[in-house]
Structure formats: structure tokens, C-alpha cells
Design a protein around this ligand. Structure first.
Ligand SMILES: [Zn+2]
Length: 261
């Protein structure tokens, strides 16, 4: 599932290829998908341009000073794919923006768990939906109080979008692995030192992925990511990687490197 770095890579594609072009048409995919703007809403975009993009957590925004904006959630498998007429259109395109000239932007969404909504203003939307601060924007002090003030499992706290926006299953496991913290430890039992280390590792993990534009070929072998298999060897201690359900998700961790203390 796309998390902060993957969503940022999608935003960058829109920023690089789809700004300042007049929207001439919006084509809908052949199969119905409920969670997309209807005829009237889409009509508001005709003749307009996207002049800027934003991202907050896992949501991607495109719009202009005078609005309207779209906000995109990629769901489990969605992506935003710019291409040019004459190139093969992406499969599973649920909604395609046709810009003046040849440029197109497809919202590809095989499992239909993503969505696009029309909104007036990203800041109002973020406030209304109650998203927490973006994981790359939250400061150390706020992180300490938000995560350290949670009674539930630390992994669940990291993934709660209303506490911190942008982190999901993969990169919560990765940050916890590097911080040496078990995923199911109660967040409010972590020491200040552990919270600070977790904050630093969260930023390191997301920072490397952002620099790599979410290309997993750049992920070091010292991360748990290439070893996410029950019974795989821990790249740090050689111990056995374990899997555990935490907050309804599968957490991978090394019991040796991430003791429950
Ligand atoms: Zn280990």
C-alpha cells in the first residue's frame, strides 16, 4: 500500500508532467467506480489548469489558487500515471484527465480502493478530515507527546493517520526495526530516549525513500524490508525474523534486535 514516499513519488510525476495545461476532457473508465467525482463536479474542472500540487500524509492534491482542487487517495494499489496520446494508456485507468495537446493523466486503480474527490481547499480538507501532521513535518517535541501519549501498540500509533499522517505497514516496521523497538510495545511505556530514537529512525527511513523516489532497488540490505519473511535471517544479528498481528496488520520484526522492554 502506498505510504508517504510512494505518494510523494506520484505527486512529483503530476508536478513534473501535468501542470499549467488546460483540462479539455475527463474520461471515465469502463467499469463503474463509485468513489470518483460525478458529472457536475467534473464539469467544474473543464477549461481549468492544475498549477500546483501538494501532499499531506498519503493524500495527493492538485489544483490552483482559484480552485477547485482534486484530492487523491491511492488506496492499496492506485497510482497516478502521466502519459502522452499515442502511448499505450495504463490499464485499470478509472479516470483520465485529457489536457490540451497530447498530455494525459490516468488514475490507475486496479482494486478500486482508492478515490478522487473534488475539494475547495487542501488546508480546509486536512482540518475537516482530522489528519495529523505529515510524518516529515512533525517536530520532535510533538512526536514525543503524540506517540508517547498513546496507550496502544507503538506500531498502531505510528500508523494512525489522525496522529501522524503518512506511515503504513511497511515503513512503521522499518522505523521500529532500526530503533530496536518491538511493534507491540505500548507506546506510552517507551522512554524519552526510545521515542527520540524512533523519531530519528522514522525520518531516516522516510528520507532515504524520498531521496530514492520510492525506488525499492535503492533500499539497503541492512533494512528489514528485503527480509520480510517469517523465518528469514535478520540482517543485523542473524536471528530469525518473526511475524505478529498488531492492530490488525502483519508486523515483521526481529525479536532479538527488538526486545519487548
Ligand atoms: Zn536481529
Amino acid at each position: 500500500m502506498p505510504e508517504l514516499p510512494e505518494c510523494e513519488a506520484n505527486r512529483r510525476r503530476v508536478e513534473d508532467h501535468c501542470l499549467n495545461r488546460t483540462i479539455e476532457a475527463i474520461e471515465m473508465g469502463e467499469t463503474s467506480h463509485m468513489d470518483l467525482p460525478g458529472d457536475n463536479a467534473r464539469g467544474q474542472l473543464m477549461g481549468r489548469q492544475f498549477t500546483e500540487t501538494r501532499r499531506h500524509g498519503k493524500e495527493i492534491f492538485a489544483g490552483s489558487k482559484t480552485g477547485p482542487w482534486i484530492t487523491v487517495s491511492l488506496g492499496m494499489t492506485g497510482s497516478l500515471r502521466p502519459y502522452d496520446a499515442g502511448e499505450a494508456a495504463p490499464d485499470y485507468a478509472r479516470m483520465t484527465f485529457v489536457f490540451e495537446g497530447d498530455r494525459r493523466l490516468a488514475f490507475r486503480c486496479p482494486r478500486k480502493l482508492g478515490w478522487i474527490r473534488m475539494i475547495d481547499d487542501p488546508d480546509d480538507w486536512i482540518a475537516k478530515t482530522g489528519l495529523g501532521p505529515d510524518a516529515m513535518d512533525i517536530d520532535r517535541e510533538n512526536f514525543r507527546s503524540v506517540i508517547g501519549g498513546t496507550r496502544g501498540a507503538v506500531k498502531s500509533a505510528l500508523m494512525a493517520q489522525k496522529k501522524i499522517a503518512g506511515i503504513g505497514n511497511l515503513w512503521s516496521d522499518e522505523a521500529l526495526f532500526h530503533a530496536g523497538i518491538a511493534p507491540d510495545v505500548r507506546a506510552d511505556r517507551l522512554s524519552q530516549t526510545q521515542l527520540d530514537l524512533l523519531f530519528d529512525k522514522m525520518r531516516e527511513v522516510l528520507g532515504l525513500l524520498l531521496d530514492a523516489n520510492a525506488d525499492y532497488n535503492h533500499i539497503p540490505n541492512s533494512w528489514i524490508f528485503p527480509h520480510r519473511d517469517e523465518g528469514a535471517s535478520c540482517p543485523r544479528c542473524g536471528g530469525t525474523i518473526a511475524r505478529k498481528r498488531v492492530g490488525g496488520r502483519s508486523a515483521y520484526y526481529c525479536p532479538g534486535c527488538q526486545p519487548r522492554t
